[in-house]
Write a protein that binds this ligand. Structure first.
Ligand SMILES: Cc1ncc(COP(=O)(O)O)c(C=O)c1O
Length: 370
Protein backbone atom coordinates (compact mmCIF):
# COMPACT_ATOMS: atom_id res chain seq x y z
CA UNK A 1 0.00 0.00 0.00
CA UNK A 2 1.03 3.69 -0.46
CA UNK A 3 3.66 2.81 -3.08
CA UNK A 4 2.18 5.29 -5.58
CA UNK A 5 1.96 8.14 -3.11
CA UNK A 6 3.86 11.20 -4.24
CA UNK A 7 4.76 13.83 -1.64
CA UNK A 8 3.21 17.16 -2.75
CA UNK A 9 5.73 20.01 -2.67
CA UNK A 10 3.53 22.21 -0.49
CA UNK A 11 3.34 19.51 2.20
CA UNK A 12 7.05 18.78 2.31
CA UNK A 13 8.39 19.68 5.80
CA UNK A 14 11.35 22.09 5.85
CA UNK A 15 13.38 19.43 7.69
CA UNK A 16 12.62 15.71 7.33
CA UNK A 17 13.88 14.68 10.80
CA UNK A 18 11.09 13.68 13.17
CA UNK A 19 12.98 10.83 14.84
CA UNK A 20 12.96 10.31 18.61
CA UNK A 21 16.70 10.25 18.80
CA UNK A 22 19.14 11.06 17.55
CA UNK A 23 17.18 14.19 16.96
CA UNK A 24 17.29 17.12 14.63
CA UNK A 25 20.63 18.95 14.94
CA UNK A 26 20.04 22.36 13.29
CA UNK A 27 22.15 22.90 10.18
CA UNK A 28 23.01 26.35 11.58
CA UNK A 29 24.90 24.60 14.40
CA UNK A 30 27.10 22.86 11.82
CA UNK A 31 27.86 26.22 10.23
CA UNK A 32 28.74 27.70 13.61
CA UNK A 33 31.04 24.80 14.37
CA UNK A 34 32.75 25.25 10.99
CA UNK A 35 33.34 28.90 11.89
CA UNK A 36 35.50 27.84 14.86
CA UNK A 37 38.03 26.52 12.28
CA UNK A 38 41.25 25.71 14.17
CA UNK A 39 40.14 26.85 17.65
CA UNK A 40 38.21 23.88 19.01
CA UNK A 41 38.26 20.63 17.04
CA UNK A 42 41.62 18.93 17.31
CA UNK A 43 42.66 20.86 20.42
CA UNK A 44 43.02 19.53 23.97
CA UNK A 45 40.11 19.35 26.38
CA UNK A 46 42.51 20.37 29.15
CA UNK A 47 43.16 23.77 27.51
CA UNK A 48 41.17 27.00 28.00
CA UNK A 49 39.22 27.05 24.71
CA UNK A 50 37.51 23.72 25.38
CA UNK A 51 37.23 24.24 29.12
CA UNK A 52 35.47 27.56 28.47
CA UNK A 53 33.03 25.80 26.15
CA UNK A 54 32.28 23.26 28.89
CA UNK A 55 31.89 26.02 31.45
CA UNK A 56 29.44 27.93 29.27
CA UNK A 57 27.41 24.76 28.67
CA UNK A 58 27.36 23.80 32.38
CA UNK A 59 26.41 27.32 33.46
CA UNK A 60 23.78 27.49 30.73
CA UNK A 61 22.19 24.30 32.04
CA UNK A 62 22.24 25.71 35.58
CA UNK A 63 20.37 28.76 34.36
CA UNK A 64 17.90 26.77 32.26
CA UNK A 65 16.94 24.27 34.94
CA UNK A 66 17.27 26.80 37.83
CA UNK A 67 19.74 24.42 39.45
CA UNK A 68 20.34 25.21 43.15
CA UNK A 69 23.86 26.48 43.83
CA UNK A 70 24.81 23.47 45.96
CA UNK A 71 24.10 21.03 43.10
CA UNK A 72 26.77 20.03 40.55
CA UNK A 73 26.36 19.67 36.79
CA UNK A 74 28.39 16.52 36.27
CA UNK A 75 29.40 15.54 32.74
CA UNK A 76 31.19 12.61 31.17
CA UNK A 77 31.45 10.20 28.30
CA UNK A 78 29.20 7.22 27.73
CA UNK A 79 25.60 8.42 27.69
CA UNK A 80 22.55 7.36 29.69
CA UNK A 81 23.05 3.61 29.23
CA UNK A 82 26.52 3.96 30.73
CA UNK A 83 24.97 5.83 33.66
CA UNK A 84 22.52 2.99 34.33
CA UNK A 85 25.55 0.89 35.39
CA UNK A 86 27.48 3.79 36.93
CA UNK A 87 24.52 4.72 39.14
CA UNK A 88 23.92 1.10 40.17
CA UNK A 89 27.57 0.58 41.05
CA UNK A 90 28.41 3.92 42.59
CA UNK A 91 25.26 5.43 44.12
CA UNK A 92 23.08 2.57 45.42
CA UNK A 93 23.84 1.24 48.88
CA UNK A 94 21.63 -1.83 48.99
CA UNK A 95 18.30 -1.39 47.31
CA UNK A 96 16.84 0.48 44.34
CA UNK A 97 13.18 0.54 43.34
CA UNK A 98 12.44 0.96 39.63
CA UNK A 99 9.23 2.14 37.99
CA UNK A 100 9.35 0.57 34.57
CA UNK A 101 7.01 1.24 31.66
CA UNK A 102 9.01 0.39 28.55
CA UNK A 103 12.36 -0.68 27.14
CA UNK A 104 14.63 1.99 28.64
CA UNK A 105 13.27 1.93 32.17
CA UNK A 106 13.46 -1.90 32.04
CA UNK A 107 17.04 -1.76 30.82
CA UNK A 108 17.96 0.44 33.78
CA UNK A 109 16.29 -1.99 36.20
CA UNK A 110 18.23 -4.90 34.63
CA UNK A 111 21.53 -3.01 35.03
CA UNK A 112 21.00 -2.80 38.80
CA UNK A 113 19.46 -6.25 39.10
CA UNK A 114 22.68 -8.00 38.01
CA UNK A 115 24.83 -6.25 40.64
CA UNK A 116 25.35 -8.95 43.31
CA UNK A 117 25.03 -6.67 46.36
CA UNK A 118 22.07 -4.63 45.09
CA UNK A 119 18.44 -5.68 45.47
CA UNK A 120 16.53 -4.14 42.59
CA UNK A 121 12.74 -4.14 42.79
CA UNK A 122 10.76 -3.74 39.61
CA UNK A 123 7.34 -2.07 39.75
CA UNK A 124 6.22 -2.55 36.18
CA UNK A 125 3.35 -0.87 34.36
CA UNK A 126 1.97 -2.45 31.21
CA UNK A 127 3.45 -0.84 28.12
CA UNK A 128 1.45 2.21 27.14
CA UNK A 129 0.16 2.71 30.68
CA UNK A 130 1.17 5.56 32.99
CA UNK A 131 3.17 5.25 36.18
CA UNK A 132 2.06 6.21 39.71
CA UNK A 133 5.03 6.10 42.08
CA UNK A 134 4.51 5.69 45.84
CA UNK A 135 6.66 6.09 48.94
CA UNK A 136 9.18 3.38 49.75
CA UNK A 137 10.89 3.35 53.09
CA UNK A 138 13.03 0.28 52.49
CA UNK A 139 14.95 1.55 49.42
CA UNK A 140 17.90 3.94 49.26
CA UNK A 141 17.18 4.93 45.66
CA UNK A 142 13.99 5.39 43.61
CA UNK A 143 14.51 5.25 39.84
CA UNK A 144 12.03 6.80 37.43
CA UNK A 145 12.05 7.69 33.75
CA UNK A 146 10.77 11.16 32.93
CA UNK A 147 9.84 10.16 29.41
CA UNK A 148 9.83 6.53 28.28
CA UNK A 149 10.95 6.95 24.69
CA UNK A 150 9.87 3.48 23.59
CA UNK A 151 6.21 3.97 24.52
CA UNK A 152 5.71 7.75 24.67
CA UNK A 153 4.73 7.70 28.36
CA UNK A 154 5.81 10.60 30.51
CA UNK A 155 5.73 10.95 34.25
CA UNK A 156 3.72 14.06 35.12
CA UNK A 157 4.57 14.02 38.83
CA UNK A 158 7.71 12.90 40.56
CA UNK A 159 7.56 10.78 43.70
CA UNK A 160 8.51 12.67 46.85
CA UNK A 161 11.48 11.16 48.64
CA UNK A 162 12.76 12.14 52.03
CA UNK A 163 15.53 11.32 54.45
CA UNK A 164 18.40 9.58 52.87
CA UNK A 165 16.68 8.20 49.77
CA UNK A 166 17.91 9.34 46.37
CA UNK A 167 15.47 10.19 43.60
CA UNK A 168 17.15 9.31 40.31
CA UNK A 169 15.50 10.50 37.09
CA UNK A 170 16.41 9.37 33.60
CA UNK A 171 15.47 12.50 31.67
CA UNK A 172 17.07 11.45 28.39
CA UNK A 173 14.21 12.14 25.99
CA UNK A 174 12.00 14.42 28.09
CA UNK A 175 14.70 16.46 29.82
CA UNK A 176 14.33 20.12 28.92
CA UNK A 177 10.71 20.11 27.76
CA UNK A 178 8.70 17.71 29.95
CA UNK A 179 7.89 19.32 33.32
CA UNK A 180 10.16 18.44 36.20
CA UNK A 181 11.49 20.51 39.08
CA UNK A 182 15.16 19.54 39.03
CA UNK A 183 15.66 20.96 42.53
CA UNK A 184 13.39 18.19 43.84
CA UNK A 185 15.49 15.44 42.28
CA UNK A 186 18.87 14.06 43.39
CA UNK A 187 20.26 12.93 40.09
CA UNK A 188 18.62 14.15 36.89
CA UNK A 189 20.49 12.79 33.92
CA UNK A 190 20.28 12.70 30.15
CA UNK A 191 22.14 12.04 26.95
CA UNK A 192 22.06 15.14 24.75
CA UNK A 193 20.87 13.64 21.46
CA UNK A 194 17.16 14.33 22.06
CA UNK A 195 15.68 17.68 23.18
CA UNK A 196 19.22 19.03 23.47
CA UNK A 197 19.88 18.52 19.76
CA UNK A 198 23.35 17.11 20.01
CA UNK A 199 24.94 13.73 19.48
CA UNK A 200 25.24 10.63 21.64
CA UNK A 201 28.03 9.19 23.74
CA UNK A 202 27.95 11.93 26.40
CA UNK A 203 26.04 12.42 29.64
CA UNK A 204 24.87 15.25 31.86
CA UNK A 205 23.95 14.35 35.46
CA UNK A 206 22.69 17.16 37.67
CA UNK A 207 23.40 16.03 41.23
CA UNK A 208 22.05 17.22 44.59
CA UNK A 209 24.16 17.50 47.75
CA UNK A 210 22.56 14.21 48.88
CA UNK A 211 23.70 12.44 45.71
CA UNK A 212 27.17 14.01 45.91
CA UNK A 213 27.47 12.81 49.50
CA UNK A 214 26.35 9.31 48.51
CA UNK A 215 29.03 9.22 45.80
CA UNK A 216 31.68 10.12 48.42
CA UNK A 217 30.32 7.56 50.86
CA UNK A 218 30.37 4.65 48.40
CA UNK A 219 33.71 5.71 47.00
CA UNK A 220 35.25 5.39 50.44
CA UNK A 221 34.17 1.73 50.80
CA UNK A 222 36.21 -1.15 49.36
CA UNK A 223 33.62 -1.80 46.63
CA UNK A 224 35.36 -2.29 43.28
CA UNK A 225 34.23 0.27 40.70
CA UNK A 226 36.00 0.56 37.33
CA UNK A 227 37.87 3.91 37.23
CA UNK A 228 35.87 5.07 34.17
CA UNK A 229 32.69 4.70 36.28
CA UNK A 230 33.99 6.40 39.39
CA UNK A 231 31.63 9.19 40.48
CA UNK A 232 34.23 11.06 42.49
CA UNK A 233 36.50 11.24 39.44
CA UNK A 234 33.60 12.42 37.25
CA UNK A 235 32.57 15.07 39.81
CA UNK A 236 36.12 16.32 40.38
CA UNK A 237 36.66 16.70 36.63
CA UNK A 238 33.29 18.37 36.05
CA UNK A 239 34.00 20.99 38.69
CA UNK A 240 37.07 21.86 36.59
CA UNK A 241 34.93 21.92 33.38
CA UNK A 242 36.50 18.73 32.12
CA UNK A 243 35.81 15.04 31.63
CA UNK A 244 37.91 12.16 32.92
CA UNK A 245 38.77 10.96 29.43
CA UNK A 246 38.72 12.60 26.01
CA UNK A 247 35.28 13.92 24.99
CA UNK A 248 33.75 14.63 21.59
CA UNK A 249 34.06 18.40 21.34
CA UNK A 250 31.45 18.75 18.59
CA UNK A 251 28.89 17.06 20.85
CA UNK A 252 29.51 19.61 23.59
CA UNK A 253 29.48 22.43 21.04
CA UNK A 254 26.03 21.45 19.72
CA UNK A 255 24.71 20.94 23.24
CA UNK A 256 25.92 24.40 24.22
CA UNK A 257 24.29 25.97 21.14
CA UNK A 258 20.99 24.33 22.03
CA UNK A 259 21.18 25.40 25.67
CA UNK A 260 21.78 29.00 24.54
CA UNK A 261 18.81 28.79 22.18
CA UNK A 262 16.51 27.39 24.84
CA UNK A 263 17.71 29.89 27.44
CA UNK A 264 16.47 32.69 25.16
CA UNK A 265 12.96 31.39 25.84
CA UNK A 266 13.38 29.82 29.27
CA UNK A 267 12.23 26.43 30.54
CA UNK A 268 8.61 27.52 31.19
CA UNK A 269 8.13 28.78 27.64
CA UNK A 270 9.80 25.72 26.11
CA UNK A 271 7.42 23.48 28.09
CA UNK A 272 4.45 25.56 26.94
CA UNK A 273 5.49 25.17 23.29
CA UNK A 274 5.99 21.44 23.79
CA UNK A 275 2.51 21.13 25.32
CA UNK A 276 0.97 23.00 22.36
CA UNK A 277 2.58 20.57 19.93
CA UNK A 278 1.49 17.60 22.03
CA UNK A 279 -2.12 18.85 22.23
CA UNK A 280 -2.12 19.35 18.49
CA UNK A 281 -0.82 15.89 17.62
CA UNK A 282 -3.06 13.97 20.04
CA UNK A 283 -6.18 15.92 18.91
CA UNK A 284 -5.30 15.07 15.32
CA UNK A 285 -5.00 11.39 16.25
CA UNK A 286 -8.32 11.49 18.12
CA UNK A 287 -10.12 13.11 15.19
CA UNK A 288 -9.11 10.57 12.54
CA UNK A 289 -10.87 7.23 12.54
CA UNK A 290 -7.71 5.47 11.30
CA UNK A 291 -5.55 6.80 14.17
CA UNK A 292 -5.59 6.74 17.97
CA UNK A 293 -3.16 7.78 20.71
CA UNK A 294 -1.41 4.66 22.03
CA UNK A 295 -1.25 5.98 25.61
CA UNK A 296 -4.81 5.97 26.92
CA UNK A 297 -4.19 8.06 30.06
CA UNK A 298 -4.11 11.66 28.84
CA UNK A 299 -1.90 12.75 31.74
CA UNK A 300 0.73 10.22 30.79
CA UNK A 301 0.91 11.22 27.11
CA UNK A 302 4.35 12.53 26.38
CA UNK A 303 5.11 16.12 25.41
CA UNK A 304 8.32 14.93 23.75
CA UNK A 305 7.52 11.70 21.87
CA UNK A 306 4.01 11.00 20.57
CA UNK A 307 3.00 7.40 19.88
CA UNK A 308 0.04 7.11 17.52
CA UNK A 309 -1.51 3.74 16.69
CA UNK A 310 -2.68 3.14 13.14
CA UNK A 311 -5.67 1.04 12.09
CA UNK A 312 -4.44 -2.41 11.06
CA UNK A 313 -6.03 -1.97 7.62
CA UNK A 314 -3.18 0.46 6.85
CA UNK A 315 0.40 -0.76 7.22
CA UNK A 316 2.19 2.25 8.74
CA UNK A 317 5.56 0.80 7.75
CA UNK A 318 4.67 1.01 4.05
CA UNK A 319 3.94 4.72 4.29
CA UNK A 320 7.04 5.37 6.40
CA UNK A 321 9.14 3.68 3.72
CA UNK A 322 7.63 5.79 0.91
CA UNK A 323 8.12 9.03 2.87
CA UNK A 324 11.74 8.12 3.62
CA UNK A 325 12.47 7.17 0.00
CA UNK A 326 11.25 10.60 -1.09
CA UNK A 327 13.41 12.21 1.61
CA UNK A 328 10.34 13.93 3.07
CA UNK A 329 10.09 12.37 6.55
CA UNK A 330 12.62 10.37 8.56
CA UNK A 331 12.36 8.33 11.71
CA UNK A 332 8.66 8.06 12.56
CA UNK A 333 8.63 4.28 12.97
CA UNK A 334 7.43 2.69 16.21
CA UNK A 335 10.14 1.63 18.63
CA UNK A 336 11.40 -1.57 16.99
CA UNK A 337 10.83 -3.93 19.94
CA UNK A 338 7.30 -2.62 20.55
CA UNK A 339 6.21 -4.20 17.26
CA UNK A 340 3.07 -2.05 16.83
CA UNK A 341 1.45 -0.62 13.72
CA UNK A 342 2.31 2.87 14.87
CA UNK A 343 3.84 6.24 14.16
CA UNK A 344 6.24 7.53 16.81
CA UNK A 345 6.77 11.23 16.23
CA UNK A 346 9.24 13.36 18.15
CA UNK A 347 7.97 16.72 19.38
CA UNK A 348 11.43 17.95 20.31
CA UNK A 349 11.99 21.68 20.63
CA UNK A 350 13.67 22.09 17.24
CA UNK A 351 10.86 20.41 15.33
CA UNK A 352 8.72 23.32 14.24
CA UNK A 353 4.98 23.47 14.68
CA UNK A 354 4.64 24.20 10.96
CA UNK A 355 6.57 21.08 10.04
CA UNK A 356 4.50 19.02 12.43
CA UNK A 357 1.33 20.35 10.80
CA UNK A 358 2.70 19.49 7.37
CA UNK A 359 3.55 15.99 8.56
CA UNK A 360 -0.01 15.40 9.74
CA UNK A 361 -1.43 16.80 6.49
CA UNK A 362 0.93 14.62 4.51
CA UNK A 363 -0.18 11.51 6.38
CA UNK A 364 -3.85 12.49 5.96
CA UNK A 365 -3.32 12.96 2.23
CA UNK A 366 -1.66 9.56 1.91
CA UNK A 367 -4.55 7.87 3.73
CA UNK A 368 -7.07 9.69 1.54
CA UNK A 369 -5.37 8.37 -1.57
CA UNK A 370 -4.87 4.82 -0.18
C1 LIG B 1 14.72 7.26 28.13
C2 LIG B 1 16.03 6.81 27.60
N1 LIG B 1 16.97 6.38 28.46
C3 LIG B 1 18.16 5.97 28.05
C4 LIG B 1 18.49 5.96 26.71
C5 LIG B 1 19.85 5.51 26.27
O1 LIG B 1 20.60 6.59 25.84
P1 LIG B 1 22.03 6.35 25.18
O2 LIG B 1 21.79 5.61 23.91
O3 LIG B 1 22.57 7.72 24.97
O4 LIG B 1 22.83 5.56 26.14
C6 LIG B 1 17.57 6.40 25.77
C7 LIG B 1 17.88 6.38 24.33
O5 LIG B 1 17.07 6.55 23.47
C8 LIG B 1 16.30 6.83 26.23
O6 LIG B 1 15.40 7.25 25.35
Amino acid sequence: MFENFKVPDDLRPSDPRFGSGPSLVPVSFLDKLAETKTELLGTSHRKPAVKNLFKEMQEGLREYFKVPSDYEVVVGNGGATFLFDMIGLGLVRKKSVHYTCGEFSSKWFKSHDVIPWVTAENIASDYGQGVAPKDHDDADMICVTLNETSTGVHLPTMPAVDGDTILAVDATSGGGQCPCDVSKTDIYFFSPQKVFASEGGFFVAIMSPKALKRAEEINSTDRYIPPIMNWKTAIDNSVKNQTYNTPSISTVFFLNEQVKLMNELGYDKVQELAKEKADFIYSWANEKDYLSPYVSDENARSWAVATIDVDDKYPAGDLIKVLEEQKAVYGIDAYRKLGRNQFRIALFHNISFDDLKKLTQLIDQAFKEA
